[in-house]
Write a protein that binds this ligand. Structure first.
Ligand code: HEM
Length: 453
């Protein structure tokens, strides 16, 4: 008879830590990570130590995982052994009840509500509204000299986020939300301190204000007894088997969290798409051909796009997938081992962080030949299982992925059928804020195509 508990401990005793260097004990390798392209940092380590290696990041011992199997182990098959982990300052800024900080029953419950409000059935109804937001954005860019593409894309993805969360929200609330989000944006990655006047402190105040605005919106809905099918409606109407509802703070944290998760991510990818299309004329023509055909069949854009049409844009869709792979804007994620875990003979001690390295997997020539080359046709064949995870994997995988793809398709449709654009300046390179975007946010000039013909 073998006692499984003893057996387990024995194996753990034999397991050794993964290879790797821990750097300086206090600062770890943090300085090295931030002083160079983080992907070079990981790629060098991977070449030296293999797919699993240890290091110190932000003062924490950490195991990095660069194989699809290891990422799946942490995010899917053994997800219960690893909890999400974020710096306390970020948790405070977004709100501690937001779903991505949680594991277990509360997470599952809230996630279901978020998923329902972002399901294909829910988002297909938003197509005309998203089209309206996209066209207004494009028209406004065409009336400017030069725009900061990333900033403008952020405005666009925020408006779409608002549509999902609140449906048609009063302009007064929209402006107030935008204003306070901008302040949070500036403070989110700054040094956390309670000193008045600092970007972080201002952001914390703006966060409080966001809570108040949401409270007003909720009161108004309650007064009018509105039963909406948007995310706010789902969260407000929730009742568990015992009749418990969500508190206003839980609702607010989740709404602020979703808007946060939706904005910079989608905006960065859209900025990359514009750069890739701009840099490859043949590709641009192929996308334009596909979209123009649809535009013509919709009476020159008089009829709105249908859900079926958005599901049938194979050329554009592959450009989106390849942009997600190339840019891999979420290069990695963090979890923390809740017990000692053994993987492939290696020990991951309790309390250590683990980081599945999405970007390294997406740029591994074994899964994506010639990985630095932008080639949408590689997606004519489905990638090998678990090698393509731009939206993560498992219990915390992105519930907004269909919406993100839908809004990107819609924006590209209107962009290539009616507008042209030129990137301004000759800078090439990447900026990290913290998601990678083209240098200076891709300054560009837009114009309406008809005015050049
Ligand atoms: C191209 C755009 C986007 C990308 C690349 C992206 C990527 C991701 C990734 C990789 C995760 C998982 C993180 C982890 O496991 O640690 C995630 C989670 C999440 N995303 Fe997205 N996302 C995008 C757009 C959106 C949008 C538009 C929304 C909402 C409208 C959204 C809402 C969320 C939420 C709420 C989570 C947390 C889910 C959970 O913890 O259960 N995302 N996203």
């Amino acid at each position: 008879y073998i006692n499984p508990k003893k057996q387990k401990r024995k194996t753990n005793e034999k397991a050794k830590l993964p290879p790797g260097s821990m750097g300086w004990p206090s600062m770890g390798e943090t300085i090295q990570l931030y002083s160079q392209d983080p992907n070079d940092f990981f790629a060098k380590k991977q070449r030296r130590y293999g797919d699993i290696f240890k290091t110190h990041i932000l003062g924490c011992p950490c195991v990095m995982l660069a194989s699809p199997e290891a990422a799946r182990f942490v995010l899917v098959t053994r997800a219960h052994l690893f909890k999400p982990t974020y710096p306390k300052s970020k948790e405070k800024m977004i709100g501690p009840s937001a779903l991505f900080f949680h594991q277990g029953e509360y997470h599952t419950r809230v996630r279901k509500l978020v998923q329902n409000s972002l399901s294909p059935e829910a988002i297909r109804k938003l197509i005309p509204d998203i089209e309206y937001v996209a066209i207004s954005a494009l028209e406004s860019w065409a009336s400017e000299q030069v725009i900061h593409t990333f900033h403008e894309m952020k405005k666009f993805s925020f408006e779409v986020g608002i549509l999902c969360v609140f449906g048609h929200l009063d302009g007064k609330y929209r402006e107030e939300l935008k204003e306070n989000y901008c302040i949070i944006d500036k403070g989110y990655n700054s040094f956390p301190t309670s000193l008045p006047g600092t970007a972080y402190h201002k952001a914390i105040l703006a966060r409080k204000r966001l809570g108040q605005i949401l409270s007003e919106i909720i009161s108004e809905r309650k007064e009018k007894r509105l039963l909406e099918k948007d995310l706010l409606g789902h969260l407000m109407n929730f009742k568990d088997e015992k009749g418990n509802t969500l508190t206003e703070a839980q609702i607010a944290d989740n709404i602020i969290g979703v808007l946060f998760a939706a904005q910079d991510t989608t905006a960065s990818v859209l900025t990359w798409i514009l750069k890739y299309l701009h840099d490859d004329q043949k590709l641009f023509e192929a996308v334009k051909g596909e979209q123009k055909a649809m535009y013509e069949s919709n009476d020159g854009g008089k009829k709105p796009l249908t859900w079926a049409q958005t599901r049938n844009m194979p050329v554009t869709y592959k450009v989106i997938l390849e942009s997600l792979r190339m840019a891999s804007i979420i290069s990695f994620t963090f979890r923390e081992a809740v017990v000692d875990v053994e993987y492939e003979g290696y020990l991951i001690p309790k309390g250590w962080k683990v980081m599945p390295l999405f970007r390294n997997i997406h740029h591994n020539p074994e899964f994506f030949p010639d990985p630095k080359h932008f080639d949408p046709s590689r997606f004519e064949v489905a990638p090998k299982p678990n090698t393509f995870m731009p939206f993560g994997n498992g219990v915390h995988a992105c519930p907004g992925n269909e919406l993100a793809k839908l809004e990107m398709l819609i924006l590209v449709h209107h962009l290539v059928t009616k507008f042209r654009w030129e990137v301004v300046g000759s800078q090439t390179g990447i900026e990290y804020g913290p998601f990678p975007v083209p240098l200076k946010g891709l300054p560009a000039k837009f114009w309406k195509e008809s005015s050049t013909q």
